[in-house]
Structure formats: C-alpha cells, structure tokens
Design a protein around this ligand. Structure first.
Ligand code: ADP
Length: 270
C-alpha cells in the first residue's frame, strides 16, 4: 500500500544519503589520518635529538671542574643535534603552514640564470672539500615567474641532496634552459642512486632511502616533500630518475609565461 511504499522510499533515501555521506567523508578521514601520522612522525623524529642533548648535558654536569677543551666532544654533539633539531623544526613549520594554506607566495620575475649560477658557486665551495665537481649549463638570460625565496629553497634542497648522496670524485650537473613553453631545470649526480622499489616513496614525508646512511648525512626526510610542494604551487612538475650506484636526475618543468594570479597559487596573497 501507499504508506508502506512511502516508508520504503524514505528508508532507501536515508540509506543512500548515509552511503553518500560516508563516501564524502573518506577524504576527510584520510586527511585526518595523514595529519595524525605527520604529528606522530614529527614527535618521533624530534625525540632523538632531544634525548641526545639531554644525555650529553647530564654528562657535562657530572664533571663541573673539567675544562671546555676536555668536554668539547660532548659540546660538539649538543651543537650538532641542536642544529639538526632546528632544521627539522624549520621544515616542519614550512609543511604545516603549506598544509593550512598559510604560506604566502610572492611572485616576481626571477633571473633564474643568475640564481642557478649563485647557488652552484656556493655549493662548489662545499663540494670541493668533498672532492665533488659541479658543472653548469645555463641559458642566459633565463627567467622564471615565481617566488624567489621558495625557488631558491627548492634548488638548495636538490643541490644539497645531490651533494649528500654523491661520494668523493663524483660529479653534479646543473642545467637550466627554455624548453618549448616551459622552463627546464635539471640537477643530476652520479652518486649512490635510489633503488627502484624506494623511488615511489621519496616524496613522502620523513621517508629516507637508507635510514642509517641518511641520518649520518643529517637529512630530515622532508626535503623532497617541501620541494614537491614548491613545484606544485608554481604550477610545475618534478620528476626523478635514478639507478642505484649510477646516479640520480631530478628534472623540473615550469610554465614559461607569467601566469594569472589564480593559476599561480591557491596560497597567493591577494
Ligand atoms: P633527506 O633529508 O633524507 O635527504 P629527502 O626528502 O630530501 O630527505 O629525500 C628522501 C630520500 O630520497 C633520501 O633519504 C634519499 O634516500 C633519497 N634521495 C634524494 N635525493 C637523492 C639523490 N640525489 N641521490 C640519492 N638518493 C637521493
């Protein structure tokens, strides 16, 4: 009868509604779980340097009459760990702000050739102490529409990784040029490379290929996550090619032309 049909209709609509609402909530639940994992991982990562600083300071206090020279190995460890903590906190802050769209992107016309040259020269000094050679191949002039501070941060992450994971007598190559409607940047090295099964995870927060090696090199496992975010807000793409013991190539492509504000970034200040 009619009443039964109406009730059945209502029940079906309620069930369908619940089903759709449940599905709509999946992304929210995923985001929530991602956030929970982020906080848990961050706390875990901060625990190690904090524990080391704590232990070393206690050792220092145990010998109040010792000279600074005698205690310098302990002081050096405290310094190293506090620097590591600082780096970690900086990276965490960047990612937390990018998650909540609080980061302002201030775009301008960047002289990319000059920026790549400046950073390569800076890294050459560091690389020399390790016996690594850095070569550049740049289109001049080369310009990019973007946030200079963030593009600099991105390039530093890539150069820093190339240097960290390339042993002595290695070679790093930095290329910058126009490619069709895009600006192409590549940072490649002939270092230790990334295993094929690890490659899909390198952009994950806190992911480190080989934990022991990466930790010895002082990484935070957040560099490539930040790099990916910076590329993303500039409307670009990032691609990594790598072979174990052969080397790694990171390729970036950015739109060549000045982009409209809404296209440039959802985080852009009005
Ligand atoms: P990290 O602080 O550990 O360098 P990243 O997010 O920058 O963190 O990189 C994630 C992982 O990707 C690194 O731990 C490393 O295993 C791998 N990786 C990144 N760049 C390179 C590279 N140029 N050569 C070899 N491995 C790399």
């Amino acid at each position: 009868d009619i009443a039964a049909a109406i009730i059945a209709g209502m029940v079906i609509s309620i069930l369908a509604g619940l089903f759709l609402a449940g599905r709509a909530l999946i992304p929210i639940r995923n985001a929530w779980e991602r956030q929970q994992r982020f906080v848990a991982d961050a706390s875990h990562e901060l625990r190690t340097p904090t524990a080391v600083i704590h232990a070393q300071t206690e050792l220092l206090l145990r010998h109040p009459t010792h000279s600074i020279e005698q205690e310098s190995p302990h002081i050096a460890v405290v310094l190293k760990e506090s620097k590591r903590m600082n780096r970690l906190l900086d990276d965490l802050l960047t990612l937390a702000r990018s998650d909540s769209n609080q980061l302002q992107i201030q775009t301008s016309d960047i002289a990319l050739d000059a920026l790549l040259k400046e950073l390569s020269e800076q890294f050459k000094l560091l690389a020399r102490t390790k016996g690594v050679n850095i070569v550049t191949e740049l289109n001049v002039p080369l310009s990019l529409w973007g946030d200079e501070g963030r593009i600099r941060q991105l390039l530093v992450i890539l150069l820093d990784n190339a240097l960290k994971y390339t042993p002595s007598s290695g070679r790093i190559e930095v290329v910058g040029r126009y490619q069709g409607h895009s600006v192409y940047i590549s940072v490649s090295d002939n270092g230790c490379g990334i295993a094929e099964d690890e490659l899909p995870y390198v952009f994950d927060r806190f992911y480190r290929g080989d934990k022991v090696r990466s930790r010895a090199e002082g990484g935070t496992g957040l560099g490539l996550s930040i790099a990916e975010w910076i590329v993303d807000v500039h409307g670009g793409t990032i691609r990594i090619d790598s072979k174990v013991n052969m080397g790694t190539q990171v390729e970036l492509l950015f739109p060549r032309k000045r982009r409209g504000q809404t296209e440039t970034s959802k985080n852009e200040s009005p």
